[in-house]
Design a protein around this ligand. Structure first.
Ligand code: UD1
Length: 418
């Protein structure tokens, strides 16, 4: 079990290169399995979630092979099995994309209910409702979601709630349905657009991704494609917040600045200087931070996946800060860990009130999930003395070379393998 040891209060300085987007990668890898052909995916992040998913698609007969650290070749010609068991999918929640991919290609899929980060109830009813609307019979038996159809037929689907996963999953299945599917109240996240772009490179006909209405005209089959994944908005945001918490001056490179608008707006409100370039953002924090209120929302709102990191930053922002978590029911479980470092936070339902303190102090904490782990890193960077972060396996799910990237910026961070 690995731990990260961080000695805080070092000002971050220099450049960091952001990896490919985890949440795009975990949708695009299952999408590649939909073709009876070979695809090559570039700019994949070298993270545990990608390794787990490669393992899962290999088990169903696809052949995934890394051509280099960030380039994956996927051969979908020998997919024989439409079942992904709990053993295969327990580590990664996004394995549910295999449902849409296999249902689209084979008109049948059996995938165990997903694992992944635990922050309260995470239903997939909207995904299943979408598959049913396309004509599939869908039920859960012995912990496995089973979906079968003689044929899928395009239809109009209104999403009761904006859901990234359901939007992508329905899009996957609808690509190979007969006729037109319209998804209304669709999620607009950058990785929804990236997955749609990849599917279009494979021969799909998807229009409107990135708006709240996506129109898909089914095609008979998809072919292989070569595709480069977008940069990771959440990894980029984590380094931007880390720069702010250490009073640093960091150039965050290889990003799409537009994807960072909601965070940049908040940091500017806090008196952090943001310089936007074509594919990079410089973050300069040389003034005392002002307090802010944050409400998480689906894109282009403030992302819930940066909420824990932001809470860590606001812990040292003097005054009263309020975070309202609108996406997940129970995403403040990490707050007890922040309190160990001296943060003053009260939680009432979906609202956290943070009284910024002068200084956090190092302690032993746990990464309770992926982004909670990132929040521990932010807090540890700000804290006086040494912080030990346990359960780093959660952080490794989504952050490539985390201790190396932070160390290159001047952080005192090392990994200890026990
Ligand atoms: C994705 C991201 C995750 C992020 C989340 C919200 C991936 C792999 N994961 O998760 O990191 O935190 O978007 O930006 O991309 N809901 C339902 N029924 C459903 C599906 C969702 O009620 O069938 C609800 C959820 O409980 C939640 C909200 O919809 O309250 C948003 O969930 P959703 O966008 O689906 O999240 P994920 O796709 O699982």
């Amino acid at each position: 079990m690995d731990k990260l040891i961080v000695t805080g209060q070092r000002r971050l300085q220099g450049e960091v290169i952001i990896s490919g987007a985890k949440n795009a990668a975990v949708a695009i890898i299952p999408a590649a399995v939909m073709a009876n052909d070979i695809s090559v995916i570039e700019n994949l992040p070298c993270i545990e979630d990608v390794s787990s998913l490669c393992h899962t698609i290999n088990k169903i007969g696809a052949k995934s092979e890394f051509l280099d650290r960030h380039t994956l070749q996927i051969d979908g010609r020998n997919v024989k099995n439409i079942c992904a068991t709990y053993e295969e999918v327990k580590k990664i929640r996004a394995s549910y994309y295999l449902l849409g991919a296999l249902l689209g290609r084979y008109k049948k899929a059996e995938v165990a209910l997903p694992g992944g980060c635990n922050f309260g109830t995470r239903p997939i009813d909207l995904h299943l409702k979408g598959f049913r609307a396309l004509g599939a019979e869908v039920y859960v038996e012995n912990g496995i979601v089973k979906a079968y159809a003689d044929k899928l037929v395009g239809t109009s689907i209104y999403m009761d709630q904006v859901s990234v996963g359901a939007t992508i999953n329905i899009m996957l299945a609808a690509c190979l349905a007969e006729g037109k599917t319209v998804i209304e109240n669709a999620a607009k996240e950058p990785h929804v657009v990236d997955t749609a772009n990849f599917l279009n490179f494979m021969g799909a006909n998807i229009k409107g991704a990135g708006t709240d209405i996506i129109r898909i005209t089914g095609v008979e089959k998809l072919h292989g494609a070569r595709y480069t994944i977008i940069p990771d908005q959440i990894e980029a945001g984590t380094y931007m917040i880390a720069a702010a918490v250490t009073g640093g001056n960091v150039l965050v490179k290889n990003i799409i600045p537009k994807h960072m608008d909601s965070l940049a707006a908040k940091l500017i409100e806090m008196d952090v200087t943001i310089e936007e370039m074509d594919d990079a953002i410089r973050v300069i924090a040389d003034k005392p931070l002002k307090c802010v209120n944050i409400k998480t929302m689906s894109y282009p709102g403030f992302p819930t996946d940066l909420q824990p990191q932001m809470a860590a930053l606001l812990s040292v922002c003097k005054g009263t800060n309020i975070i309202t978590e609108n996406v997940w029911e129970n995403r403040f479980q990490y707050i007890d860990e922040l309190r160990r470092l001296g943060a003053q936070i009260e939680v009432d339902g979906r609202v956290a009130v943070i009284q910024g303190v002068d200084c956090l102090t190092g302690a032993q904490v746990m990464a309770t999930d992926l982004r909670a782990g990132a929040a521990m890193i932010i807090a540890a960077l700000a804290a006086k003395g040494e912080t030990t972060i346990g359960d780093v396996k959660y952080i490794d799910r989504g952050y490539e070379d985390v201790e190396k990237k932070f160390a290159a910026l001047g952080a005192d961070m090392k990994r200890v393998t026990l």
